[in-house]
Design a binder for this molecule. Structure first.
Ligand code: UDX
Ligand code: UDX
Length: 463
């Protein structure tokens, strides 16, 4: 049966659902889109008149919301009626790692996926295409299918087609990634449903970028893409430590190896370890699946990507303590950057969280500045006991964060940190003053001219 999609419902108004639907709405004016979420505060923020108050900071997103909101893009908490009016439903809810029970610490918690499937089963009408947008363990489509089949109405036209359409956007460049994707992947069995989803993308994506596969390969490809990307970062981070002890520089090494087209230049930037909602969760999931199938060597191999990532974060704190004469008590440390990467306000799995927690454990006072992360989010991520509250300060400028500070730790590569005003900072900081540059971005010679002692991750000269 041929589908012509007129009404989309997206369940989950998060970092994936929000931007994805804003881009579809902008490119498909004839389709009505309702983005729903069980979190009413989040929906209210999406409907804020002041576009600076949208729940997600993402370059270019507010312009798209301004263009389409209340025209063909709607944010609603009326989940049931939006489901029943939709002919295509995207599931874009989060799938965190299970905290307890079988597979705790590795497997994905699919409870939200299941509850979405049940809601869709209860409220949808006619023929409905259900699209998995969230990254899911292989064979989740089967679970969704089994739940939906139970709701299929044998006598009427109520039926479901399930597609996997994983989203590959990176936060911070989400709109660009969605507008010009390397590829759009659609997995499924029902050719008409695949065509209906393909037709939506064809409004702005070239045909040769749209790849259709079976559903399991599609689900698995998303996990593996993330595992490969994370593996590159752990590989380069492992070498950063070698550069530090051999008077070489990791940026030079990245450049040299990246010019080999077989290797490629992307994802070779060493740093404080990868963060974000996906990499760790997806690799844990991959490890869980491999163990489940008895592929223990494969599971161990991928687990190493995570071990190196944890080690990288830990060794940064160790280095700071060592350089600051073995103790942080009575010292103030300034942390510049708290989001897991630049151009997003997302802090999920940010290396800043682990590093700040370790520093607080060492007994220092901590002052944190981030251009986009809100004060209450930083507090939520860091406050784990009463002592922390008095040792933590959130500043609203670089300069204020550095007053009376002994050291700056640069954790996120926000543009404004590339050219720090060393003269101004030297006036407000204590002596001796240090900069720990975990992104290897500042001009160390300039900084040392203003009396800073420098440590740069992966740089064997400034150690
Ligand atoms: C991402 C990706 O979509 C996914 O691939 C990955 O597996 C997990 O994280 P993201 O959009 O970044 O999702 O997550 P988040 O910003 O947490 O948004 C999910 C939204 O779904 C939240 O706003 C949450 O309130 C909502 N939700 C969750 C529902 O509306 N219903 C539910 O049952 C569960
Ligand atoms: C990732 C994938 O890139 C994306 O395709 C998928 O859909 C979701 O997961 P995201 O986590 O949003 O996207 O951002 P990404 O740009 O991949 O960065 C992840 C982490 O790796 C960040 O902490 C970033 O700082 C770090 N990173 C990235 C490096 O340390 N070095 C690099 O060279 C690239």
């Amino acid at each position: 049966m041929k589908f012509k999609v007129k009404n989309i419902c997206c369940i989950g108004a998060g970092y994936v659902g929000g931007p994805t639907m804003a881009v579809i709405a902008s490119n498909c004016p004839s389709i009505q889109i309702n983005v729903v979420d069980r979190n009413i505060d989040r929906i209210n923020s999406w409907n804020e008149e002041d576009l600076n108050k949208l729940p997600i900071y993402e370059p270019g997103l507010s312009d798209l919301v301004k263009k389409s909101r209340n025209i063909n893009l709607h944010f609603s908490s009326d989940i049931e009626s939006c489901i029943s009016n939709a002919d295509m439903i995207f599931i874009s809810v989060n799938t965190p790692t299970k905290k307890k029970g079988i597979g705790a610490g590795q497997a994905s918690d699919l409870r939200w996926i299941e509850s979405c499937a049940r809601k869709i089963g209860e409220h949808s009408k006619g023929s409905t295409i259900v699209v998995e947008k969230s990254t899911l363990p292989v064979k989740t489509a089967q679970t969704i299918k089994e739940i939906l089949i139970a709701y299929e109405d044998k006598n009427s036209e109520r039926n479901f087609s399930i597609l996997s359409n994983p989203e590959f956007l990176s936060e911070g460049t989400a709109i660009k990634d969605l507008e010009q994707p390397d590829r759009v992947l659609i997995g499924g069995e029902d050719k008409d449903a695949i065509k209906a989803l393909e037709d939506i993308y064809l409004n702005w994506v070239n045909e040769d970028r749209i790849l259709t596969t079976d559903i399991w390969s599609s689900e698995l490809s998303k996990l593996i893409a993330n595992a490969f990307l994370a593996q590159r970062i752990s590989s380069i981070n492992s070498i950063s430590s070698l550069c530090e002890v051999t008077q070489s520089n990791i940026n030079n090494v990245s450049l040299a190896i990246g010019m080999d087209r077989r290797i490629g230049s992307k994802f070779l930037k060493s740093g404080p370890g990868f963060g974000g909602s996906c990499f760790k969760k997806d690799i844990l999931n991959l490890v869980y699946i491999c163990n489940h199938y008895g592929l223990y060597e494969v599971a161990n191999y991928w687990e190493q990507v995570l071990s190196i990532n944890d080690w990288q974060k830990k060794r940064i704190t160790k280095k700071i303590v060592e350089k600051l004469f073995g103790t942080l008590s009575n010292k103030k440390i300034t942390v510049l950057g708290f989001s897991f990467k630049s151009n997003t306000n997302d802090t999920r799995e940010s290396p800043a969280i682990d590093i700040c927690r370790d520093l607080l454990e060492e007994g220092c006072k901590l002052s944190v500045y981030d251009p986009k992360v809100k004060k209450n989010q930083i507090e939520k991520d860091l406050i784990f006991d009463k002592e922390n509250i008095s040792n933590l300060e959130i500043a609203n400028s670089i300069n204020k964060a550095c007053i009376n500070s002994d050291a700056i730790i640069l954790i996120t590569d926000w543009d404004e940190f590339y050219n720090l005003d060393f003269l101004e900072l030297s006036k407000v900081m204590r002596n001796p003053r240090f900069i720990f540059d975990t992104r290897n971005i500042i001009n160390a010679k300039d900084a040392s001219n203003y009396g800073f002692r420098i440590w740069k991750l992966g740089d064997g000269i400034f150690q």
